[in-house]
Write a protein that binds this ligand. Sequence first.
Ligand SMILES: [Zn+2]
Length: 278
Amino acid sequence: MIIYQNASLTLFQSGLYQTNSILFHKSNTALLVDPNWLPNEVQFIRDYLTAHHADQSLYLLFTHSDYDHILGYGLFPEAKVIASQAFQENIRKSEILEEIRDFDQKHYLQRDYTLSYPEVDFCISTDGERLILDDFSLSFYQAPGHTADGLFTIIEGEGIFLAGDYLSDLEFPFVYYSSSDYLQTLDKIDLILQKHPIQLLIPGHGAIVKNDYNEILSRKNRDKAYLTELISSIQNGTDFSLADWLKRFPFPQGLKDEHKKNQQHIMMELGYQSGGND
Ligand SMILES: [Zn+2]
């Protein structure tokens, strides 16, 4: 479903987890980000591109390698792929594809295209790295923490910040990779806001933020506070105010499991035995 559109941007949102697929275009160039999720939703994006953007060179950007963000890859074979170096070097490629197959099996979903892990044409490996496409340029910042291979992308001159699975209004941090990297990635957001006049933040899930630095900073500070409180509760054996945190989000049920996973992950990082301590 298209939930937002202006002259250069079309935002598609899946019925599942409010996952965003982004299409930006200018002159002869189109950039598609994380096309997802259900087979008919990915097909809708494919058909939309064919109908409206067939003459443009297509670039496909993946914000990170979580299976829900890469599962549409096979429908865009003509695209040149942009992702982080860590995305390209991911050692879990076959497991990630297995996660897509598991999901499809479980929900009786059929895809009329071949599933494969994206082959990256433009590997991004440093902070501040730029990529000049035909009609616009991108700036990148490494964003590890949620996964090892996250990438922040700024569409230069447009003030668009593509944040992947950070800064969502629906979720506190999900730490699948590293809590200390996650905190450092959050700190980079200040630098990004100083260097690039951001008009539009688009997270991987949930609502976009238009012309509102305070909202971006408040999401960032919320996420820092969550991680800081969680780490300190584990280190000091103090209570974590989960009920209060859950109240801040519109869909708290699914967050309970994610919180447990965070707790176990951080206990492992800190060298504690995992288990209990709810
Ligand atoms: Zn993710």
